[in-house]
Design a protein around this ligand. Sequence first.
Ligand SMILES: [Zn+2]
Ligand SMILES: [Zn+2]
Length: 82
Amino acid sequence: MSEHHAKPASSIEKICQDSECSERISALNPDQQKLFKTFTYCPYCAEELTFICHSCREQLNSSDYKFCPWCGAQFDDAELKR
Ligand SMILES: [Zn+2]
Ligand SMILES: [Zn+2]
């Protein structure tokens, strides 16, 4: 494990923009959250899910990014690999 990244580590989160849904999503257990990251649509309202940076909460338009375009954090995207 290298601890010498110049950029802070972050991760890509998937959220629903509906605040009621995001409350339900944040209450999920870690295993469910992992599964949630593979979803395309919100299981509570069927809206398309949005990618955000865990560090700065800015919206991303791709889950393929290695770095956040807004805050420069490096994403550990291993969990999103299919
Ligand atoms: Zn929703
Ligand atoms: Zn960011």
